[in-house]
Design a protein around this ligand. Structure first.
Ligand code: CO
Length: 460
């Protein structure tokens, strides 16, 4: 019998985040939810990542309400979210009580699959979120943040996968956020993991460097079970390969694909219109749709290149771009080869720019890099260069245990603080994650309710 390959649709989360800075409001995708639900996906990735932040910051939406509405319209498809381990959706580490409550509320509001990753692949940062996911009855997808370096061997990844399984992972995700995984690496890594554990494997990549379609094909040959794709109008460039294209090619090769072509056609027609609106208003930029192979040369993800450019532009130092680009992999090496993903990509990029502009390496150091050297972000893939670490920390000793163990519980105290303001534990969680944004959102919500009330009274 033909082997089945399953699909995760990313248009609502990663494609949305990669191509239009997550600016897709609920009302714009609502008409397609029942179609996506009927299309036969393994899951729809629709929450977490930057969606939470952007809902509050720009879209005036309650992220929790968005999730409940999606759930209601999509009763048959698993809803998936992306969660940054102990960072949850933010950029710093949170105490365990927050991580646990966030995960249980996410599941209660409709999430079925939580893809848990850590920027450093430190499993200690994944444990609490993974266990909370399983406890809440959802699928914990233990995730590898894929990168290449002298210390990122397949043997190391396999070792990590075994640890993830022990922590309760029911699936494994290989997350290639920069789109740097080539077809051979995909074949070899998927084969190695398949040999070591009997869990379904999901491969996640981006088209940024143009490798993605080839990479998926070889991964499927090696036995990958699930691939992440985006409906065609929101595919390609910095997003995922197109859903329909992968389905077409895999069927031609004899694989079984459960997708309903009538549904994907309807989705493509609809999202074409949505895409065109975002092109017209300038949100979707042509450069995010292009293939950029620089990343393969410099090992610097596409998003980081544009950040480097804008940083240098702000400092009137665009002429130093080449130097900053060459400095970036050196800083990464000094820091023990962290995968370049949020937040480490920003930290390494900013430090590279400082090293170049100061004319002296590590003369100035951000508080984030200092915290990183103290061990607050977790165990680094290779040791941090001891001399540089000593220079940055002075007499301070780096942490030996898990940073979150040093953090006091935060939920109860925030509940008390928000009495009369927060309407639910979900509000409390929004506030802990993004205090300023949540406060503004609560004010707006209150004003809206009062307006409605006033209006009703006047009308009556
Ligand atoms: Co991604």
């Amino acid at each position: 019998m033909a082997r089945k390959v399953q699909f995760v649709e990313t248009v609502l989360r990663d494609a949305n985040q990669s191509l239009i800075a997550t600016r897709l409001p609920y009302d714009k995708f609502e008409p397609m939810l029942s179609t996506i639900d009927k299309a036969g996906y393994y899951a729809a990735e629709c929450w977490g990542g930057a969606t939470f932040d952007v809902c509050l910051r720009y879209l005036h939406e309650d992220p929790w309400e968005r999730l409940r509405k999606i759930r209601e319209k999509m009763p048959n498809t698993k809803l998936q979210m992306l969660l940054r381990g102990q960072n949850v959706l933010g950029y710093s580490h949170y105490p365990d009580d927050f991580v646990k409550l966030f995960v249980s509320k996410a599941v209660e509001n409709g999430i079925d699959v939580i893809r848990v990753f850590d920027a450093l692949n430190d499993v200690n940062n994944l444990k609490v979120a993974m266990e909370a996911t399983t406890k809440a009855g959802a699928i914990a997808s233990g995730t590898i943040s894929y990168t290449t370096s002298p210390v990122h061997t397949h043997a190391k990844y396999v070792e990590m996968v075994k640890e993830l399984k022990q922590m309760g992972a029911s699936t494994i995700c290989i997350k290639d956020m920069a789109g740097i995984m080539g077809p051979k690496e995909a074949y070899d890594l998927v084969s190695a993991i398949k040999d070591a554990v009997d869990l379904p494997i999901d491969l996640h990549t981006h088209c940024t460097t143009g490798l993605a379609f080839m990479t998926y094909l070889k991964a499927v040959e090696a036995g990958v079970d699930i691939i992440d794709t985006a409906i065609s109008p929101f595919s390609g460039g910095t997003s995922q390969p197109a859903t329909e294209t992968m389905a077409y090619a895999l069927r031609q090769l004899g694989y079984e694909v459960d997708l309903d072509d009538t549904c994907t056609k309807k989705m493509a027609d609809y999202f074409k219109g949505v895409r065109d609106e975002f092109i017209a208003d300038g949100t979707m930029m042509p450069k995010s749709m292009a293939t950029d192979t620089q990343c393969l040369t410099y090992q610097v993800p596409g998003g980081m290149l544009s950040n480097l450019l804008s940083q240098l532009k702000q400092m009137n130092a665009l002429d130093r771009f080449d130097e900053a680009l060459l400095e970036t992999p050196k800083v990464r090496k000094d820091m023990g080869y962290p995968p370049l993903v949020t937040p480490t990509s920003q930290m390494v990029g900013v430090q590279a720019v400082r090293n170049v502009l100061d004319g002296q390496r590590y003369k100035t150091v951000s508080k984030e890099i200092k915290a990183y050297c103290r061990g607050e972000y977790g165990r680094t893939p290779a040791p941090i260069d001891p001399e540089i670490q000593k220079h940055i920390l002075g007499d301070e000793k780096p942490l030996t245990g898990r940073f979150a163990d040093t953090l006091a519980p935060i939920v109860d105290e925030t509940r008390k603080k928000l009495e009369g303001i927060a309407k639910s534990d979900e509000d409390v969680l929004s506030y802990i994650a993004f205090p300023n944004l949540a406060e503004k959102f609560f004010d707006e919500r209150k004003a809206k309710e009062e307006n409605v009330a006033t209006y009703t009274i006047t009308e009556a």
